[in-house]
Ligand binder design. Structure first.
Ligand code: HH2
Length: 256
């Protein structure tokens, strides 16, 4: 899954692809590099990010979704109105980082449109999620959350086969929490749905490498995290640098 951020402020590429032609061209490049899905988002969820008004988010993403061809399009949004217009414009996948908690009607929309969806764990909300996150056991708490959200989705009429699950790397987690989740990913895979991992460029990688103030993580560290997640059973990888992730994962696939 290649990342297409149509935002001025995303943590690693804000402002780089925030006009429509640049975002569409970027998406087509990621598809040429091997992305099976491109994830289009118009609202940054980086730690401390401010919410984006509906009209601004629509303005950023709908034309981009319409312009993409050659791969499945995912819409990265927590707003039903944005997801609905994106599905009208050709998206077939809804990536809601609140797992239908922000607007529970999102589940009904995904069910009606027979779309696929990703349900992600986040502790708190982006504005405050990195303020001292705590867990007794991060893996069992994330697992219980994802099981509950999966049951909610199925109750709303979404077939289980249309759901994938995501531990939400960096969303209300310390470096140690992220490492524990990736190391014990097999416990989340045991729920029985495909697991998506988004470690690409995240700050915990830069911090693991010794910079306590890092705001991003380097490419080699991102690919390393994806490969280890693959080895523990992850099957979707949300990445900014698709070519390098495809290379790393192809080699991992040949060896495992
Ligand atoms: N991470 C980001 C955004 N959306 N969705 C899922 N399912 N999993 C993730 O790990 C995930 C996500 C953050 O990355 P990015 O989109 O590059 O940054 P920003 O939120 O600042 O736009």
């Amino acid at each position: 899954m290649g990342v297409v951020n149509v935002t001025p402020d995303s943590f690693s590429d804000g402002g780089v692809f925030d006009d429509e032609p640049a975002a569409v061209a970027h998406a087509q490049r990621l598809i040429a590099e091997g992305a099976a899905i491109v994830d289009v988002g118009g609202e940054s969820t980086r730690p401390g990010a401010a919410p984006v008004p509906l009209e601004d988010e629509l303005e950023r993403v709908i034309g981009v979704v319409e312009g993409i061809s050659g791969a499945r399009v995912s819409i990265d949004t927590m707003k039903v109105a944005v997801a609905e217009r994106a599905l009208d414009a050709g998206a077939t996948y809804v990536n809601d980082v609140t797992a239908f908690r922000h607007e529970p009607e999102m589940a009904g929309l995904v069910a009606d449109r027979k779309a696929d969806c990703c349900l992600m764990h986040m502790l708190g909300e982006p504005r405050t999620m990195q303020d001292d996150p705590r867990y007794d056991d991060v893996v069992s708490e994330v697992k219980a959350f994802l099981e509950e959200r999966l049951a909610f989705a199925v109750d709303a009429g979404i077939p289980e086969e249309h759901v994938c699950l995501d531990p939400g790397i960096g969303f209300g987690k310390t470096v140690e929490h992220n490492v524990e989740l990736l190391g014990r990913l097999d416990e989340l895979v045991a729920i029985g749905r495909p697991v998506l991992v988004g470690a690409s460029r995240k700050r915990f990688l830069g911090r693991l490498l010794g910079d306590p103030d890092a705001l991003t993580g380097p490419l080699a560290a991102s690919v390393s995290a994806a490969v280890l997640a693959y080895e523990r059973g992850a099957s979707l990888f949300r990445a900014h640098d698709v070519r390098e992730h495809v290379q790393g994962l192809r080699v991992a696939e040949a060896i495992v």
